[in-house]
Design a protein around this ligand. Sequence first.
Ligand code: NAD
Length: 480
Amino acid sequence: MKRLANFINGEYFEPASGQYLPIYDPARGQAYAEAPDSDDADVSKAYEAASAAFPAWSATTVDERFRILNRIADLITERLEDLAAAESMDNGKPLWLARQVDIPRAATNFRFFAQAITQFSSATHDMGASGFNYTLRQPLGVVACISPWNLPLYLFTWKIAPALAAGNTVVAKPSEVTPMTAYLLGEICQEAGLPAGVLNILHGYGHRLGAALTGHDGIKAISFTGSTRTGAIIAKKAAPKFKKLSLEMGGKNPNIIFADCDYDKALTTSVRSSFANQGQICLCGSRIFVERPLYDQFKTDFVERAKTLKVGPPDAEDTKVGAVVSKPHFEKIMSYIQLAQEEGGTVLCGGNAVQLEGEYSEGWYVAPTIIEGLAHDCRTNQEEIFGPVVTIMPFDDEAEVLGYANSTEYGLSATIWTQQLDRAHRLARNLQAGIVWINTWLRRDLRTPFGGVKNSGVGREGGWEALRFFTEPKNICVEL
Ligand code: NAD
């Protein structure tokens, strides 16, 4: 069984405790590796390395940072097949998806911020003949990056790349559920010539390692992506220490379909926005609202399409829905399907676990599930399920659907399907969400601000927002 190690000061180390935790292959429902069960001793060691590396790294030219981060991107691309196989094995997602989306995007994250830092500038405020101000944007020091299991390397690098580009040194923690590609990233950093200590990668549980990391006095900022529950714990801990916080958390996103939409596009995209990555994308549209004149037709076609999605082993080319990430998560999803029925919902398709054959018979698979007949304010429609489960509901007018859409504690993203420009823009302004897609879904431009409102997030990632987060502005006033 493969044993992972912490990456500290450019080398791999066992955890101080000597303890390990199991890593599961969700497609087979079996442990296949183990990762360090790290604690505060490992955090101290990683922090010391990061702190020692900071003066030199923060003083490197942007050209040098560009060169090294770009090299990391190249090496990720060279190791695409390896990394995609590791990601799929660790997470249960289809191999083709890891190959087409997760790993290329991880490389793009490094390439994007390598370039962005060469263009990052700060302001001057002129006071005329009497003087002027200029603002420096300086790196913060040692920062923490904590990421979830749904898009493991993709989201891990989305934080690390801007932190490093801005001149910080990093102690990073991937999810203990999917640590494999983060572990491999250490090898890539060695090969790319990233100086020792600039990036340190620790493995372990959230309640032990994550808590030690976020509580460490030397950590200047925490960039976190994960559940709203964990975000609240981190915020509580970080606030009295005045750490900078970026929190990207849960969602319960509305997918609003008007009768005048481009029907085929709305239908095809809604299948993807419901079930891609087993519905385990924070941006998935898990509440589908369809204008009443279109409701029956859309429902019929949508159910028919969902039934054709093949639930299968992640490495089969024709698998559309792989395994969900873990046994506890599988149980959580199944419990919500049960709850939906108790709340009066009707399961139109799916609703069941899927048992595959042979070596996959113990894996955790859930059939794409569509539920109708639920009120917008029931628990099924208010709480994040984060699996291949969506609800579908009719609506009669714009004001009504806006009320439904905004009724949850979350506000991450929303999708609108309509050909009426004024309606689309009016709704987009009024939806409580950090990201609104009109006639598309998951179209990403990395320069744009990314994040949520309400209990979905604090702060924004992406483009300048990320570089601003990972730097401190200092104004310098000069009198002439
Ligand atoms: P999680 O909150 O359980 O864990 C996320 C990370 O936080 C993990 O690395 C975990 O070990 C760590 N952690 C847990 N407890 C901690 C603590 N007390 N202190 C510090 N760190 C701690 O989330 P998850 O189950 O891994 O991921 C799923 C969630 O992530 C969903 O809610 C999903 O919506 C959300 N998510 C949000 C976005 C976004 O961009 N808004 C993107 C992806 C996923």
